[in-house]
Design a binder for this molecule. Structure first.
Ligand SMILES: [Zn+2]
Length: 364
C-alpha cells in the first residue's frame, strides 16, 4: 500500500506524485474552459501554511471548501506549470476541515506603482511617503485610527491607507504585504499594522517621466503623457453648476437646491494620441485655467457673463494644433482607462521627440 508524505508548503520541491498538506485556502476562483469533451470547470487559487504560499489547480473540488478555512488535504500532487510549481487536486484528493487557525507566511511580489494590477492583490511596493492625514473611526464600538498618505515612486503615485500604524512621512519606505483594491475607478493600497515596513535611504529623483500610452495599465496617479488631440468632446466648454451641491445643472436651477445661485465652470474631454496608442482625457477648471487663459474673474463677471461659444473657442484653440503635456490620475471603468488631468501645458513637437528618445533609452 502506498503511503503519502506529509509536507509543509516550503518543503515541497519539484514534481511529486502524492503528498498531504495542512493548509489554508487563501483565494479561490472558478473557471470554465472548452475541452474536447465539452465545457470543463476547474478551480484555482492560492493555499498557504506557516512556511509559505503556493498556487493550486483543482480539477475536482468539494463545493463545501471555502476561502480562509484550514484543511488537511490528502492525496494531492505537484507539477510545474509555466515554470512555476503548482499543487493539483483531483477526484482522489480528500479535504478534511480543521477548526484551528493558521498564520500564513506570505511572500509578496514587488511592483513598481505603475505596474500594479488587480490580478495580484497582495504586493510589495516602495515609495516616498507623502501628505499625511489622520482619521478616526469606530469599529465594533472601538475607536480606531487610519493614516492616509500618497505613496510616490519614480513611476507613479497611489493613495495608501495604513490602519493602526503611523508611517514616517517624508521617508522612502518599502512595504511588504499591502493590499491593492479599486474604489470609484481609482486604485488604492491598504495596509494593516502587520504589514512589514522598512525605511530605505533613497533619494527619489524629482524628474518627470513621460509614459507611453500603450504601457498604461492600472488606475494609478501622478502620470504624465504627451500627445496630440485627435478628437474633441462635443459637450466641452462652459458648464453651469449649482453653488450648493456643485453638480452640473442643465435646467435653469438645481432640482435639489432651487434657491441656490448658479455658477459658471469649464470642462472638457478629448482623445489624445502619442503614436503608441490613444487615451481619453477629461479636464476641469484647474487643469484648463492656464492654457486656456480663463480665470475666475472672467467666469464670475456679472457685467459680462461668459458666452458659451467664446469659451468653447478659447478652449479648443488652446488645446489643438500643437502637442500637449498632460499630468493627471488614471481612472478605470468598463470602457477602459482614462486620464483625469490636473495640469495641461503646450509643448513643441521637438520636445515631444526628445522626450520619446529619452524614454526609449536614447537609442534612436
Ligand atoms: Zn444642487
Amino acid at each position: 500500500m502506498e503511503s503519502s508524505k506529509n509536507l509543509k508548503i516550503a518543503e515541497i520541491k519539484g514534481e511529486v506524485m502524492e503528498i498531504n498538506v495542512k493548509a489554508k485556502i487563501l483565494s479561490l476562483s472558478k473557471r470554465e474552459v472548452q475541452s474536447a469533451k465539452g465545457p470543463l470547470t476547474y478551480h484555482y487559487g492560492l493555499i498557504g501554511d506557516e512556511t509559505g504560499v503556493m498556487p493550486f489547480t483543482a480539477w475536482s473540488f468539494p463545493t463545501t471548501v471555502r476561502e480562509n478555512d484550514v484543511y488537511e488535504i490528502s492525496k494531492c500532487y505537484t507539477k510545474s506549470y509555466k515554470e512555476k510549481l503548482r499543487i493539483y487536486f483531483d477526484n482522489r484528493t480528500e479535504f478534511k476541515l480543521l477548526t484551528e487557525t493558521m498564520e500564513v507566511k506570505r511572500t509578496y511580489k514587488y511592483y513598481e506603482i505603475k505596474d500594479l494590477n488587480l490580478n495580484d492583490k497582495f504586493v510589495t511596493v516602495e515609495g516616498l511617503v507623502t501628505s499625511e492625514n489622520r482619521r478616526e473611526y469606530e469599529k465594533d464600538g472601538e475607536k480606531k485610527e487610519v493614516f492616509q498618505y500618497i505613496l510616490k515612486d519614480q513611476t507613479a503615485t497611489i493613495p495608501l491607507s495604513s490602519f493602526g500604524k503611523k508611517l514616517e512621512a517624508g521617508k522612502y519606505a518599502r512595504i511588504e504585504g499591502a493590499r491593492l483594491d479599486e474604489f470609484n475607478g481609482y486604485y488604492r493600497l491598504n495596509m494593516s499594522d502587520k504589514a512589514n515596513v522598512e525605511y530605505i535611504n533613497i533619494d527619489l529623483k524629482d524628474e518627470e517621466k513621460i509614459m507611453d500610452i500603450v504601457n498604461l495599465r492600472g488606475a494609478v496617479g501622478g502620470i504624465t503623457v504627451t500627445g496630440f488631440i485627435i478628437n474633441m468632446g462635443e459637450k466641452s466648454g462652459l458648464v453651469v453648476r449649482c453653488s450648493e451641491c456643485n453638480l452640473k445643472v442643465d435646467d435653469i436651477r438645481c432640482s435639489d437646491h432651487p434657491e441656490a445661485p448658479l455658477k459658471y465652470d469649464i470642462f472638457t474631454y478629448f482623445t489624445i494620441d502619442d503614436g503608441t496608442d490613444y487615451l481619453q482625457v477629461s479636464a476641469g477648471f484647474e487643469a484648463l485655467k492656464e492654457i486656456a487663459n480663463i480665470n475666475r474673474e472672467y467666469l464670475d463677471n456679472p457685467q459680462r457673463p461668459p458666452l458659451k461659444k467664446e469659451v468653447k473657442e478659447k478652449i479648443e484653440s488652446a488645446l489643438t494644433h500643437h502637442a500637449l503635456k498632460i499630468k493627471g490620475n488614471l481612472r478605470i471603468n468598463n470602457m477602459g482607462i482614462s486620464l483625469r488631468s490636473t495640469e495641461i501645458s503646450a509643448i513643441t513637437e521637438d520636445l515631444v521627440k526628445s522626450l520619446k528618445t529619452e524614454i526609449n533609452g536614447g537609442s534612436n
